[in-house]
Design a protein around this ligand. Structure first.
Ligand SMILES: Nc1ncnc2c1ncn2[C@@H]1O[C@H](COP(=O)(O)OP(=O)(O)OP(=O)(O)O)[C@@H](O)[C@H]1O
Ligand SMILES: [Mg+2]
Length: 518
C-alpha cells in the first residue's frame, strides 16, 4: 500500500485524514437487513440507517433474496446514516463493506440485471450437487485446498446450481457476459459504476467461502474450478481485506474510496480486535459464529470446524481462523415469534423465559437446514424433546434460548480440542447479546466469563477499521485494540456438575434430530 504523504508534515496522512475527512462509513449487508453506520476516530458509532429486505422461500429449504432490492436498500441506508450524522460524503475518509457470506449472485455485466435471485447461505437446494461432488474423485482435494467440508452452505455449489439450472447462463458465462459474486462483489461493482466500468473484486475472507479458493495461494485454483465446472471468466479478482479497491461513483458517495471488505463474521472478529492467535469471539445473530484466530497458521480441524481466512491487510501475510458456524440461533427466536406467535418481538423472549426457573426438561434442536458445525449433518431436522403435561410456553422459550448456548458450547469445545487451549473468557457480540438471560446461561454452561464490548455493532465496526486502516485514518492494529472497551460481563453461577449434566442431555437431544431426512 502506498500512501500519499501529508502536505504539511510530510509524515503520513494524519492531517489530511483526521482533520479533513473526519469519519468512516461501514455498510453491513446482512441476511435480514442492510445497515450503514458512521464511526468516529474512537470507533464509536454516531449515526446509522437500516432497512430490512424480503426473505423469499419458494420451496422447503430454499431461501432467496432480490439483489436489486439489496442494492436499493444499500443506497437508501447510506443516505439515512449520513443525514442522521449531519455529514456528507466529503466528510468520509473511506467506506468499508461487510456482508452476509456465501450468498450467491450472478448478473449480466452489460445490463446489471441478476440472472436469478440471490441464493442465500441457508439455502439447501444444492444438496444433490454436494452429494455428487462428495462421491466424485476430487472430494478430498476440494476439502483440503479450501479448508471446507462439502456442504450446501458454501457459494460454490449454489453457483453450480445456477449454471446447471438457469437456461443459457453457462454459455453466457463462458462468453464473459455474466459475473459471479458474493454480496460484497455485487455491492462494490454497483458502487463503482455497475455496467459503466464497475470493478469486479472480492476479498480473501469472502473468497475463502466459495469452495474455489486455495487457502495457501489465496487465489482461484484451476483444479477446483474444474471440479465444480465453473468458468474462470465469471469470477472476481481476489484482493486483500484492506486496500483501496476503487472510488464510489454513486451520487451519495461519489469519490469516496472503498477501502475495506470483510465477510460479516470476520468483520466481527476484527471489530473485537481479535487479531492474534488464540483470540476468540462469538457473534449471536441470525446464526452463531465462533472464530478462533490461528495467526499465520492454517489449522485443519479434526473436530468439525472450518478453516477460514480471518483477514489480510494489504500485502501483509493473511491471518487465518478456525470457525464454528451454527446455522440457526436468532432465527429460532424469529421462528418462535413469526411461526408460533409465542412472542410479539424477539426481546420479549427474555421475559417469557424468565417466568420459569429452568427448561422443565425440554430441549429444542433447531436443525432447520440440517446441522452445521461441528456435526455437518444434512439429514438432521429440528426436534423438540422432553415434552410432558408439565411443560408450558415459558419452558419452550427457555429451551429456545438454551439451544443457542448449547450450540455455542459445542463449537467452543471443538475449537479447544483443535488448538489445545482453554479459553479464559469469551468475547461476544451481535443482536442476541442484548438478552441478559441468554448471556448468563452461556456463562453458566461454559464455566467462563462472557464479555460484551461497549460497541456491540462489531460487524460494522470491523469493516470500518479495515477501510480506515487502508487510508491511514487509523494507523495501526494497536490503535484499534486500544479503542476496545468492555461493556458488560457475566460470570458463571451454576455448579459445574449441573452444567455438564445439562450438556449431556443436550447431546442426547441432538442424537434424536439426526437421520430424519432419508
Ligand atoms: N433480546 C433478544 N433476545 C433474543 N434474540 C434476539 C434479541 N434481540 C434480537 N434477537 C435476535 O437476534 C437476531 C438479530 O441480531 P443481529 O442483528 O445481530 O443479526 P444478524 O445476524 O447480524 O442479522 P443479519 O444476518 O441481517 O446481519 C435476530 O435473529 C433476533 O431474533
Ligand atoms: Mg449481521
Amino acid at each position: 500500500m502506498t500512501r500519499p504523504l501529508c502536505l504539511i508534515c510530510h509524515r503520513g496522512r494524519l492531517w489530511q485524514s483526521r482533520f479533513v475527512t473526519t469519519h468512516v462509513l461501514a455498510i453491513d449487508q446482512g441476511t435480514t437487513s442492510t445497515r450503514a453506520i458512521v464511526f468516529n476516530h474512537a470507533g464509536v458509532p454516531i449515526a446509522s440507517g437500516q432497512r430490512e429486505h424480503r426473505q423469499v422461500t419458494p420451496a422447503p429449504g430454499w431461501v432467496e433474496h432480490d439483489p436489486l432490492e439489496i442494492w436499493d436498500a444499500t443506497r437508501d441506508v447510506v443516505a439515512q446514516a449520513l443525514a442522521a450524522a449531519n455529514l456528507t460524503r466529503a466528510d468520509l475518509a473511506a467506506v468499508g463493506i461487510t456482508n452476509q457470506r456465501e450468498t450467491t449472485v450472478v448478473w449480466d455485466r452489460v445490463t446489471g440485471q441478476p440472472v436469478h435471485p440471490a441464493i442465500v447461505w441457508q439455502d439447501t437446494r444444492s444438496q444433490a450437487i454436494v452429494d455428487r461432488l462428495a462421491q466424485g474423485p476430487d472430494a478430498e482435494l476440494v476439502r483440503h485446498a479450501t479448508g471446507l467440508p462439502l456442504a450446501t452452505y458454501f457459494a460454490g455449489t449454489k453457483l453450480m446450481w445456477i449454471l446447471e439450472n438457469v437456461p443459457g447462463v453457462r454459455q453466457r458465462a463462458q462468453a464473459g457476459e455474466v459475473l459471479f459474486g458474493t454480496v460484497d462483489s455485487w455491492l462494490v461493482w454497483n458502487l463503482t459504476g455497475g455496467p459503466d466500468g464497475g470493478i469486479h473484486v472480492t476479498d480473501v475472507t469472502n473468497a475463502s467461502r466459495t469452495l474455489l479458493m486455495d487457502l495457501e495461494t489465496l487465489d482461484w485454483r484451476e483444479e477446483l474450478l474444474a471440479a465444480l465446472d465453473v468458468p474462470r471468466t465469471m469470477l472476481p479478482a481476489i484482493r486483500s481485506s484492506s486496500e483501496v479497491y476503487g472510488r464510489a461513483r454513486v451520487p451519495v458517495l461519489a469519490g469516496v474510496p472503498i477501502a475495506g471488505i470483510l465477510g460479516d463474521q470476520q468483520a466481527a472478529a476484527f471489530g473485537q480486535a481479535a487479531f492474534d492467535a488464540g483470540d476468540t469471539k462469538s457473534t449471536y445473530g441470525t446464526g452463531n459464529f465462533l472464530l478462533v484466530s490461528t495467526g499465520e497458521r492454517i489449522v485443519r480441524s479434526q473436530h468439525g470446524l472450518i478453516t477460514t481466512v480471518a483477514y489480510r491487510l494489504g500485502d501483509a501475510p493473511a491471518r487465518y481462523a478456525l470457525e464454528g458456524s451454527v446455522a440457526v440461533t436468532g432465527s429460532l427466536v424469529q421462528w418462535l415469534r413469526d411461526q408460533l406467535g409465542l412472542v410479539d418481538s424477539a426481546p420479549e423472549i427474555e421475559a417469557l423465559a424468565g417466568t420459569v426457573a429452568d427448561n422443565g426438561g425440554v430441549f429444542v434442536v433447531p436443525a432447520f437446514s440440517g446441522l452445521f458445525a461441528p456435526y455437518w449433518r444434512p439429514d438432521a431436522r429440528g426436534v423438540i424433546v422432553g415434552l410432558t403435561h408439565f411443560v408450558g410456553k415459558g419452558h419452550i422459550a427457555r429451551a429456545v434460548l438454551e439451544a443457542t448456548a448449547f450450540q455455542t458450547v459445542d463449537v467452543l469445545e471443538a475449537a479447544q480440542a483443535d488448538v489445545g487451549m482453554r479459553l479464559s473468557e469469551l468475547r461476544v457480540d451481535g443482536g442476541m447479546t442484548a438478552n441478559g438471560l441468554l448471556m448468563q446461561v452461556q456463562a453458566d454452561l461454559l464455566g467462563v466469563d462472557v464479555v460484551r464490548p461497549s460497541v456491540a455493532q462489531t460487524t460494522a465496526l470491523g469493516a470500518a477499521y479495515a477501510a480506515g486502516l487502508a487510508v491511514g485514518y487509523w494507523e495501526s492494529l494497536e490503535q484499534v485494540r486500544e479503542n476496545w472497551r468492555e461493556g458488560a460481563r457475566w460470570s458463571p453461577a451454576m455448579p459445574p456438575g449441573e452444567a455438564t449434566a445439562l450438556t449431556g442431555q443436550w447431546h442426547r437431544a441432538v442424537e434424536r434430530s439426526l437421520g430424519w431426512v432419508e
